[in-house]
Design a protein around this ligand. Sequence first.
Ligand code: ATP
Ligand code: MG
Length: 193
Amino acid sequence: MRRVGVLGGTFDPPHIGHLVPALEARESLGLDVVLLVVAGDPWQKSAVRTVTPAAVRCDLVRLAAGDVDGLEVSEVEVRRSGPSYTVDTMEALAAAHPGDELVLLLGADAAAGLRTWHRWEDLRRWPVGVMERPGHRGGPPEGFDARRVGVSRLEVSSSEVRARVREGRSVRFLVPDATLAEIRRLGLYRDAR
Ligand code: ATP
Ligand code: MG
């Protein structure tokens, strides 16, 4: 049996605020692996801004995760069509690997917003690890088996990284070098759409 942490995100782009808490949650919750699940269609975001194509975000996350022990990139949501619902992902992972014990990992902001998620009540079936995030308090709604995970508090977001790239400011060390090189190569985030 494996204990598997599931950290979903848009990862547009991935940054140290995803990677460091993922590894620290792995340690503190005794997880064998953390799956970085790249959202195929992050419907709450694609409704309000242009999101980088999923295949490109997958490449950025693969470059970010490299061959780090305990991190794996999952494309389950990219292979599925339609809006990416976490509940579908958890059900698919549970069905595909019945022996795995799944733990849903959420940053504090995501945990506080759970009520806006599709079929959120059905997510109560899994334990939740809430990773601290500077500037975000609160946790999941009642009924979740949630546990706060103390992690390095990194005040960084993909929005901020995109804004910095657009403004020609440095994102070195906020984003892994290999990911940054790909962002440069593709000319991502240079205009504000
Ligand atoms: P955006 O600024 O575009 O919303 P983001 O930085 O919030 O992007 P997401 O891909 O939306 O990144 O986040 C995926 C998951 O990672 C969410 O559960 C989120 O709470 C968590 N997360 C993101 N950044 C941090 C951070 N700095 N510290 C802790 N958790 C984080
Ligand atoms: Mg966010």
